[in-house]
Design a protein around this ligand. Structure first.
Ligand SMILES: *[C@@H]1O[C@H](CO)[C@@H](O)[C@H](O)[C@H]1NC(C)=O
Ligand SMILES: *[C@@H]1O[C@H](CO)[C@@H](O)[C@H](O)[C@H]1NC(C)=O
Length: 109
């Protein structure tokens, strides 16, 4: 049976356990780069890509086959005229394997 003090400890811990970490990556804010270009994201956390002009995408690829889609992740193209676009691309980190990604836009419009 749980004592009163155990309950107090559990209710203190719950908000910490249930809060989910989300890290933001800017796509195209500072030229044709991701900012930051590298992150470490724990399993269960999320990474949110925010898109800037003009029309970028996020596509996963293999380290030994860069800038070729591996078919796992594709945000779609995100046309933005100014500032941050209304749509974000959010991925959930399921494991500790590295994910390599690039922008697949090949026309400058
Ligand atoms: C965004 O880029 C994609 C791929 O080049 C293109 O098909 C699409 O028409 C573009 N959208 C806009 C609004 O420019
Ligand atoms: C994590 O798993 C979910 C559900 O299977 C999947 O939709 C998602 O694409 C996975 N995340 C990554 C980064 O592969």
């Amino acid at each position: 049976m749980l004592s009163k003090s155990t309950y107090a400890t559990l209710s203190l811990l719950l908000p910490i356990v249930s809060s989910q970490l989300t890290q933001v990556v800017a796509v195209g804010e500072n030229g044709l780069v991701f900012t930051p270009s590298t992150i470490t994201a724990p399993v269960g956390s999320q990474v949110e890509f925010q898109f800037y002009p003009r029309n970028h995408s996020v596509v996963s690829s293999a380290f030994d086959n860069p800038c070729q889609p591996d078919g796992k992740l594709f945000s779609g193209y995100m046309p933005v005229s100014a500032g941050t676009g209304p749509d974000v691309f959010v991925i959930t980190i399921n494991d500790t394997n590295p994910i390599w990604y690039y922008c697949s836009q090949n026309v400058y419009v």
